[in-house]
Design a protein around this ligand. Structure first.
Ligand code: GLV
Length: 331
């Protein structure tokens, strides 16, 4: 029997790979280098594949689908977000697309967003650098004053699974007031956590912490730009663990440099993996002392990355068995 070829474009945590290896109907190959696959390599690597298991930094578009050829039947994206895959093109060709939306991911990303809030509020990165540099000579009552989270207002933009996981934790643990903006209301969040449904403008004006949890769509690109940043309180913090282009980064850096807002906690970047779209610019996010930056690691715990690996594999195995993959995406 002819085996189905599965092309895995980057080595992923092993649990999913083990599940795939057990299935004798599959011939699995994994990109052998511990680095991102280059575009040309990707086009060659997927040739003849029935299934591509891709990661979020690879653009899976018409060219990749053409390069794979007529056998391509499925794209299993190792991410919850799927803005890197051309869903319309896949649908035209009858190619199934799945994501790796294991429930763990939301919990882990929520923890990371909260970690960024605390890092900003308690100035953890600044004080760590100060302490390591041997500058701590004497305790001072006004040294590195931060801000409490308790009793503050947290604004959640996009109350999906991640937004809700943040709200539950902060409401139960820190007695924060919750505002949320979304395309639809969430009655459970309103009764369980007294969350108030508001417009984005109202949320930006009233929140002490603003956390972004919307997918990247044409309508959400630069959702937070110059005008929106100007609405925020001068003490407020912006946290982005969604996708970089949701924030107009140039406008953000200007706002940070002018101390127009209190600070920003960023896990994703507009020109990722570059932290700044134009590194020749004088104003760089990397040099802002009121920013805490992480390299798109919000879901990077062993538990969650293994869960995502199993999820991607289970989707492929369901397809091979003629069942509907559990995380099938619709356009
Ligand atoms: C990470 O950003 C993901 O979409 O899983």
């Amino acid at each position: 029997m002819k085996k189905l070829k599965v092309a895995i474009t980057r080595d992923i945590p092993d649990e999913g790979l083990k599940l795939l290896a057990k299935d004798k109907r599959l011939a699995v190959k994994v990109f052998p280098h511990d680095r991102a696959i280059r575009r040309g390599e990707l086009l060659r690597f997927v040739r003849g594949a029935d299934v591509i298991l891709s990661i979020l930094t690879e653009k899976i578009d018409k060219r990749v689908m053409d390069a794979a050829g007529k056998n391509l039947k499925m794209i299993a994206n190792y991410a919850v977000g799927f803005d890197n895959v051309d869903l319309k093109e896949a649908a035209k060709r009858g190619i199934l697309v799945t994501n790796a939306a294991h429930p763990n991911v939301s919990e882990t990303v929520a923890e990371h967003a909260i970690a960024l809030m605390f890092a900003l509020a308690h100035r953890l990165v600044e004080v760590d650098a100060f302490t390591r540099a041997g500058k701590y000579k004497a305790w001072g009552p006004k040294m590195f004053l931060g801000t409490d989270l308790i009793g503050k207002t947290v604004g959640i933009v996009g109350a999906g699974a991640i937004g809700q996981a943040i709200v539950r934790r902060l409401y139960d643990g820190f007695g924060v007031d919750i505002l949320y903006a979304d395309v639809k209301r969430n009655p459970l969040l309103e009764t369980r956590c007294r969350a108030r449904f508001v417009t984005l403008s109202e949320l930006l004006k009233r929140s002490d912490f603003v956390s972004l949890h919307v997918p990247l769509l044409p309508a959400t690109r630069h959702l937070i730009g110059k005008k929106e940043l100007a609405m925020m309180k001068p003490t407020a913090f912006l946290v982005n663990t969604s996708r970089g282009p949701i924030v107009d980064e140039k406008a953000l850096v200007k706002a940070l440099a002018k101390r127009q807002i209190g600070g920003a906690g960023m896990d994703v970047y507009e020109c990722e993996p570059f932290i700044d779209c134009d590194p020749s610019d004088n104003l760089e996010l990397r040099t802002m002392d009121n920013a805490v930056l992480t390299p798109h690691t919000a879901s990077a715990t062993i538990e969650t990355r293994q869960a995502m690996s199993r999820t991607a594999a289970e989707n492929i195995l369901a397809f091979v068995a003629g069942r509907r993959p559990p995380n099938l995406l619709k356009i």
